[in-house]
Design a protein around this ligand. Sequence first.
Ligand SMILES: [Zn+2]
Length: 295
Amino acid sequence: MKYTIALAFCMTISMSYAQRDWDNVEIKTEKVADDIYALFGSGGNIGLAVGADYAYLIDDQFAPLSDKIMAAVREKTDKPIKFLVNTHWHGDHTGGNAKFAKSGTVIIAHDAVRMRMATVQERGEGRSSQPSPYEALPKITYSDQLKIHLDSTRTMHIMHVNPSHTDGDSYIYFPESNVIHMGDNFSNGGYPYIDLNSGGDIDGFIRNHNMVLFLIDDETKIIPGHGPVTNRKKLMAYRDMLVRLRTRVKKAKSSGKTLEETLNLRLSSEWDDEFGQGFIDPTEIISSIYWSLDD
Ligand SMILES: [Zn+2]
């Protein structure tokens, strides 16, 4: 059961990759602050920041979309795309790396992102992802944090956070513009994917969300990894849901219940309509919390 989620993830990625009609994907751009945009297409949400000299990207979806993404960036700026930050290693956020690198952009990510992209990753039930080619790997890596100065006043803070979706997750925070990109630590509208094979952990989600809620205010624009741009109030409700769900699963597991018995309790039923209809269904969120708990 531990590997059901990873398997579902692999199948979703490979099936969707094969079946998707890339020609029909349209890249939509939403302004979230002065010179900061969110780009939506197929895969993880992209962030675009335009500085005094250069443009900067956060994540790059899938390789077949790179030309469309570059064209969407050109609608907003003709400055060169200097750096591109990966929020984590998954292919729907890093698929365009090689193409952007070839066009002169330097890829930046946490040490664990490069390590996982450079090596075979076990995905459960005998499945694995093969290493990415050298061209796709991040060329600047960090262990903790990094700051990019966009112009004389605005900055972009890249922060590694507690293992949650994976062990290489970063948030990208623009304090002066009051915007934060949370990667897949926040799937707005769906249960989170706790990638246990990549070091994911439910407690990390909750700790990271608490940190962000402390950091931001009611006016902050949150770019989630998936789903529409949102705000602090929505993140707080999401955090509360995760805390309650974790408490329930913990209680069941601590009392000696097996995973099957825990699933039969239908502990997430009150949130399933809102969060359980997409990529991570009720069985998967309960299972991943169950296996992610320490004892
Ligand atoms: Zn992901």
